[in-house]
Design a protein around this ligand. Structure first.
Ligand code: ADP
Ligand code: MG
Length: 332
């Protein structure tokens, strides 16, 4: 497979000094479904804006389908479709009119355009609402139309910035289906950003996990989880605030424990032989009269990969809480 996106040592510093993208390198193969997973403020949108020629990079090199971003940005714009984080549909127009307008911008001949618009309305299940004004569409319908809008000119490469953030689960899985279809049937290369690990896990064949402008891990979802090489045990204490510090001390002393982090449900212990360790953990806590509210054993998720690399949870609902500390840090 040949390369669609090639990024080397990319840096983007805003005029106020914020280093939003801090020396990242990655490449995306033609036909691939590639994901950027990371929390709010990680640098996802900035990266997309640079790659889609909307923002000027500070340094580094970017090639898209062999075109150099510095000299051939016009060529790059022609072959890409971009869905930005905020939907951009015109409420005074119907769904069909929005798509036709986009086609006219792209100078697509009318006859071809009409057929393409019908095809796209069908793809995103908006046929029955095609001639209604979009101001009356639900959030999910607007996102679907917005996605269709980016596809009018049959881009070879599609950039999607958090296409499902804020959507209800039903609209989300509908979008997932369309994206899989576009990737499979139209062979469109997709670059998607998300803060939902379930989304990255389900859709992306290759992932980069991004945190404060840096790529902290990359590979296929399976590779990333296997690299972690450990299971996680989530421990909820009856009185987390009171017993946490003592519990961490005793848990650290157990053989086989490789890392302990604070998490939303109290503590997460990473261990290679988690299933054997559970009995030891319960015994140790019991000997100190620390009461447990629950113990939950699981194979690694992408969230665990992120937690292990950064000491933070990626979950969107966790983002407002203060960042949790890593106790026994360090790489194995
Ligand atoms: P994400 O899309 O992953 O949420 P962004 O790329 O939007 O992250 O932001 C990355 C960092 O850059 C954040 O710290 C954000 O506050 C900062 N940032 C974003 N846009 C601007 C801007 N126009 N000027 C200055 N800083 C910005
Ligand atoms: Mg963003």
């Amino acid at each position: 497979m040949s390369t669609m996106i090639d990024v080397k040592d990319l840096v983007m510093v805003y005029s106020n000094g914020t280093r939003a993208v801090d020396n990242i390198s990655f490449n995306v193969k033609k036909g691939e479904f590639f994901g950027f997973l990371g929390p709010n403020g990680a640098g996802k949108s900035t990266t997309i804006k640079v790659l889609t020629t909307l923002l000027k990079k500070t340094s580094g090199s970017v090639h898209v389908s062999g075109y150099n971003l510095d000299n051939d940005s016009k060529e790059i714009r022609k072959m890409i479709g971009v869905q930005s984080q905020d939907t951009a549909v015109d409420g005074d127009l119907t769904g069909r009119e929005n798509l036709m307008l986009q086609g006219h911008f792209q100078q697509i001949p009318n006859k071809i355009l009409k057929e393409r618009v019908d095809e796209l309305l069908k793809l995103v299940d908006l046929e029955n609402f095609a001639d209604k004004r979009t101001r009356n569409y639900s959030g999910g319908m607007k996102k679907r139309l917005d996605l269709a809008t980016t596809l009018v000119h049959r881009p070879q490469l599609l950039f999607l910035d958090e296409p499902t953030t804020g959507l209800d689960p039903q609209s989300r899985s509908a979008i997932w289906e369309y994206l899989e279809k576009i990737n499979k049937e139209e062979k469109t290369t997709i670059f998607l950003t998300t803060q939902y690990m379930e989304e990255a896990d389900r859709l992306c064949r290759t992932l980069a996990i991004i945190d404060t402008g840096k790529i902290v891990a990359s590979g296929s979802p399976t590779e990333l989880k296997q690299q972690l090489g450990v299971d996680s045990i989530k421990i909820t204490l009856k009185d987390c605030a009171k017993d946490k510090t003592t519990a961490i001390k005793i848990l650290k002393s157990l053989t086989g424990v490789s890392n302990i982090t604070e998490s939303g449900d109290c503590l997460t212990v990473f261990a290679k032989n988690a299933s054997q360790l559970i009995a030891d953990i319960i015994r140790a806590l019991d000997s100190l009269e620390i009461r447990l509210a629950g113990v939950n054993f699981s194979s690694p998720t992408l969230d665990d990969v992120y937690l292990e690399k950064t000491g933070k949870r990626i979950r969107a609902e966790e983002l407002t809480k203060k960042p949790s500390a890593t106790f026994m840090g360090g790489k194995r």
